[in-house]
Design a protein around this ligand. Structure first.
Ligand code: ADP
Length: 338
């Protein structure tokens, strides 16, 4: 019986009718402890639902399922526990790790609830203004114009959100496939900055990028690299404050220990108020914003850095964020070069 148990691809133990653990495979010893054999099952598995399932099967036969919630190396874990009577005297207990499955389900639930919330806010506001417009009608043309302006902003916000969601979806689908086209990053930066010039002009910012960089070739997706630069520069403009420089600096091609190969680093540097270090690890999470109101005021969706992270991952690169409160932030993208 012990040999059979060792062949199981999941943790499994056998409990005798005297309620003591008779056999345990290696995976079960790793999960429940090295000295569980010859111990009463209650002292091994303290969860009431699991204990109840084992007790039921040992006394009355048949099979039972239970969920076991535990903590492994300080991380919450959940197992589907199956208890089967295998002969008159024994119960086989198997432990199927359902943690990843549960986490994925939770992430999906959180995502749907976040998206619904993000869309509902502008939609509710638009419905409110539409109702008001219907009641005031033509009577107050000034208010009418003002409400139409607000509704246009809200519609733009929903449009940005849907576009970012579509981008994120595309980028996540592509992530496994490394790009194969040889592109010049310097050229892409130049073209992208041209399209961003009017945005910078509006807030009286200057985007600084040395025009004399030599071409820097890498295997990349032109549109996606353009999106990385756009998102980082737009953030630097949004959070860097008006009338400040946003600098783009490109390093020489050199060995990059984080990539374990040659690469280049593009830094986007702003002089804004910076980010408290405790928030930095969470910035690339979907919908995470340090300051909800400020992000919304400047037209943020909370998805920009998440999109950047996925694109950089697809290019087998690394995104690093450094910031000093009161002095500004530097977002660095390290990319492998050919
Ligand atoms: P958003 O659409 O809200 O800008 P992002 O994913 O691009 O979403 O950024 C997430 C959050 O990170 C922002 O809401 C902001 O709080 C913070 N952030 C991003 N870039 C900067 C920056 N250059 N300076 C300060 N904070 C920043």
């Amino acid at each position: 019986m012990n040999d059979l148990l060792q062949a199981f691809p999941i943790a499994a133990i056998i409990i005798g009718q005297d309620d003591f653990v008779v056999h345990a495979n290696e995976l079960a010893l790793g999960l429940l402890g090295r000295s569980i054999v010859d111990k009463h099952y209650v002292s091994v598995l303290r969860h009431p639902d699991v204990a109840e399932a084992i007790d039921h099967v040992l006394r009355q036969g048949g099979k039972r399922q239970a969920r076991w919630f535990t903590t492994l190396a300080s991380v919450d874990a959940v197992f589907n526990v199956s208890v089967h009577r295998i002969n008159t005297a024994h119960a086989l207990v198997t432990f199927e790790d359902a943690t990843d499955f549960e986490n994925t389900r939770q992430m999906r639930r959180d995502f749907v609830s976040n998206v619904s919330h993000e869309l509902k806010t502008p939609l509710t506001s638009m419905l409110g203004f539409l109702e008001t417009l219907q009641t005031i009608g033509q009577k107050d043309p000034v208010a009418q114009q003002r409400f139409l302006g607000i509704m246009t902003n809200e519609a733009h916000r929903m449009n940005r959100l849907v576009n970012d969601l579509l981008s994120l979806n595309r980028v996540e689908n592509d992530e496994r496939f490394q790009p194969t086209q040889k592109v010049d990053l310097v050229q892409i930066i130049r073209e992208t900055l041209e399209t961003l010039a009017p945005v910078a002009k509006k807030t009286d910012n200057t985007i600084v990028f040395d025009p004399n960089y030599a071409p820097a070739y890498l295997l990349g997706d032109r549109d996606q690299l353009c999106q990385v630069i756009t998102n980082l520069v737009e953030n630097a403009l949004k959070y860097g404050g008006p009338a400040k420089d946003v600098c783009l600096v490109l390093s020489q091609k050199q060995y990059q220990p984080v990539l374990r190969q040659d690469g280049i680093v593009l830094e986007v540097i702003d002089q804004g108020r910076g980010i408290d270090p405790q928030f930095i690890p969470r910035l690339t999470e979907r919908f995470y914003r340090v300051d909800d109101h400020r992000s919304r005021d400047v037209g943020g969706t909370g998805l920009g850095l998440s999109i950047v992270k996925h694109i950089v991952n697809r290019h087998r690169g690394r995104l690093t964020i450094k910031s000093t409160l009161g002095q500004g932030s530097t977002f660095s993208v390290c990319l492998p070069v050919v």
